[in-house]
Write a protein that binds this ligand. Structure first.
Ligand code: PAZ
Length: 330
């Protein structure tokens, strides 16, 4: 019998992923993070679906760019473009739509409910009163009050779990842990993978331990390909989940074609395609059978994420209904 080439490709992705995790420096606080994930998912799994607690689902949102260290005691690294704005905004809209959110974010990137704070000086939002008490000027009071109350509500109701990463090693370990923890949610679990993830990295064991010397002339280094973890998420970690990934390109002529390849190759439910030049204003949702839906930012005061999340939540709930009907019919 002829060997199945896709099975062979799948096996090699799995082998590469296993090698990646074996050599990656283990996540600091791994046990604490695993405990938090398990507690969060268990608490919410009772409230989704047949549990009847009224939760729309649990979504894992990834946000911000991963770094690739060049030295084990890292002084220099390669970074990826992403401010975390999309992930932070989307977290707010998913919470509003009744989801519990696992927010896996790059340390120092944009945070939910803080997107409107001034970037140059956070202190611009405050004034000192006569008694040296801290006041928010009237012009900003509404934005700050709403942000505090929405954030507190999400935290107090236990609906938001925030997990930070910096390197590609930390990011992929967190994604693996979150996905395997969410597997028990079946199709009520959703992944919204907006992080900009490095495609190339230096394996830990071949990385210089100390700061690379500049006296030895030009630097030549070879970067390995990061294993395609979307494939493994889909196949092994959380196969029944609803998966949305993002594709960013600078060349508009290849964008949709690349998004369609990702949709098929990794078995995503939706790939959101965006172009660097206008990614804040327009995104294209690519779904099965070559269908595309263009989502535009309605005005400068709004953001594109509101409509995008609205459509995704609708698709996810239709997906759940369809699968439930299918199970009942069997
Ligand atoms: O974080 P941000 O709001 O500045 O940018 C969001 C984005 C462009 C990184 C995201 O929409 C995206 O496309 N992420 C996937 C990037 C990739 O193809 O690796």
């Amino acid at each position: 019998m002829a060997a199945d080439p896709s099975a062979a490709a799948g096996q090699s992705s799995e082998d590469e992923a296993a090698a990646f995790f074996r050599s990656a420096p283990p996540l600091r606080d791994r046990d604490r993070v695993a405990g938090e994930l398990s507690e969060f998912v268990t608490r919410h799994s009772a409230a989704t679906g047949r549990g009847g607690g009224g939760l729309a689902g649990v979504v894992c949102i990834t946000s911000g760019g991963t770094t690739v260290p060049l030295e084990q005691r890292c002084v220099r690294y390669i970074d990826n473009f992403s401010s975390g704005q999309r992930g932070a905004a989307s977290t707010e809209y998913f919470l509003k739509a009744g989801y519990a959110v696992i927010f896996i974010y790059r340390r120092g990137s944009k945070q939910p409910y803080c997107r409107f704070l001034p970037e140059d000086s956070f202190l611009d939002f405050f004034e000192l009163g006569e008694e040296s008490e801290i006041k928010v000027p009237d012009s900003h009071a509404m934005v700050v009050k709403t942000a505090i109350s929405n954030y507190r509500k999400a935290i107090d109701e236990g609906l938001l779990l925030k997990l930070p990463f910096t390197t590609i090693f930390e990011y992929l370990q967190l994604l693996q842990m979150a996905s395997t923890a969410m597997n028990c949610l079946g199709h009520h679990g959703m992944f919204y993978l907006a992080a900009a993830v490095s495609d190339f990295y230096v394996p830990w064991e071949s990385m210089a331990k100390h700061k690379i010397e500049s006296a030895s002339g030009p630097l030549n280094m070879q970067l390995n390909q990061v294993p395609k973890m979307l494939f493994i998420l889909r196949k092994r970690w959380a196969p029944s989940s609803f998966c949305v990934s993002f594709k960013l390109e600078t060349d508009p002529d290849i964008l949709l074609q690349k998004a369609e390849v990702a949709l098929r190759k990794y078995g995503m439910n939706v790939v959101v395609a965006n172009e660097l030049a206008n990614y804040k204003d327009v995104v294209v949702m690519v779904t099965g059978n070559g269908r595309t839906t263009v989502v535009r930012r309605p005005s400068k005061e709004d953001d594109v994420e509101e409509q995008l999340i609205h459509l995704l939540v609708k698709m996810h709930s239709e997906h759940i209904v369809q699968l439930n009907q299918h199970h009942h019919a069997l």
